[in-house]
Design a protein around this ligand. Structure first.
Ligand code: ATP
Length: 265
């Protein structure tokens, strides 16, 4: 394997103090190679977003180290683009202005900016919507704009926090396919949070399952199924059963903790 693009070593994250203290992550070690697609899977509250935010540089870990391309993460940076479940678009800007916004604040010359925006509009099937405002788009279209906006910045790493969680099944599958195409074409390294076992197997080179509180790595499973993947194949369903059993165990631990009144989320 080539040198890690993202290297996470001994990461702990603690929120709050005293009786209110929550150990969200404990002893996380993870190395992700350039161009690898890794899905983080686990029950609600297991620390998936906390880990993603730490890699993004939004919220540093309490202890441990995170480096990207060999450099310690000391805050957000243009080498890491984040896509959230909520589309986070500027409602007062058209589709094309939303996509070009990051380039504008980087002072990219207008001609160059227009070439990039045109290419992304075309690639994501948004050309005829370029002058619309986010409120006039479907959820799937809005998420396409959010992805195009991040791609415009050409970050080698995409951090995606349940980006397709709010979409219907058909739109979700077509965006998953588009993302896979983009990732293969541009060799992006992707760290993708999901609740969906099906989505993780469909997308990932590797699925990392986290335990429920404290969040530790329960399973790190390479997915060797050929691409494009067929979610009705025997191999796919076998993996679904295997991962389903592991995630269910953690889900049950979560429910038991809640019943004992230990969970506060
Ligand atoms: N700012 C915060 N202050 C206190 N506790 C927090 C904070 N952010 C997260 N937590 C707690 O840390 C734990 C991990 O949260 P996190 O959001 O990372 O989980 P998750 O796996 O992404 O959950 P979900 O799938 O529901 O988004 C949870 O128990 C949560 O309540």
């Amino acid at each position: 394997m080539s040198a890690a693009q993202i290297h996470i070593a001994g990461v702990h994250k603690v929120f709050g103090q005293g009786a209110q203290q929550v150990v969200a992550l404990q002893g996380i070690d993870l190395s992700i190679a350039p161009g690898q697609f890794v899905c983080l899977l686990g029950p609600s509250g297991c620390g998936k977003s906390t880990l993603l935010n730490a890699v993004a540089g939004f919220a540093p870990p309490t202890s441990g180290r995170i480096s990207v391309a060999g450099q310690p993460v000391q805050g957000a940076g243009p080498d890491r683009g984040m896509v959230f479940q909520e589309y986070a678009l500027f409602p007062w800007m058209t589709v094309e202005d939303n996509i070009g916004f990051g380039l504008k604040i980087r002072h990219t010359p207008v001609a160059e900016r227009n070439v990039t925006v045109d290419r992304l509009l075309q690639m994501l099937g948004l050309s005829e919507f370029r002058l619309r405002y986010p409120k006039d788009l479907s959820g799937g279209m809005r998420q396409r704009v959010a992805i195009a906006r991040i791609l415009a910045l050409d970050s080698p790493i995409l951090l995606m926090d349940e980006p397709f969680g709010a979409l219907d099944a058909l739109t979700r599958r077509s965006l998953q396919d588009e993302l896979l195409q983009i990732q293969a074409q541009w060799q992006k390294t992707v760290l993708f949070v999901t609740h969906s076992i099906d989505e993780a197997i469909y997308l990932a080179d590797r699925v990392v399952v986290l335990t429920y509180r404290p969040g530790t790595i329960k399973l790190d499973l390479p997915i060797a199924l050929p691409r494009p993947r067929d979610s009705s194949s025997a191999g796919f369903n076998e993996l679904k059963r295997e991962l389903g059993a592991v995630v269910m165990q953690e889900q049950q631990r979560h429910q038991q903790a809640e019943q004992r009144g230990l969970a506060i989320d």
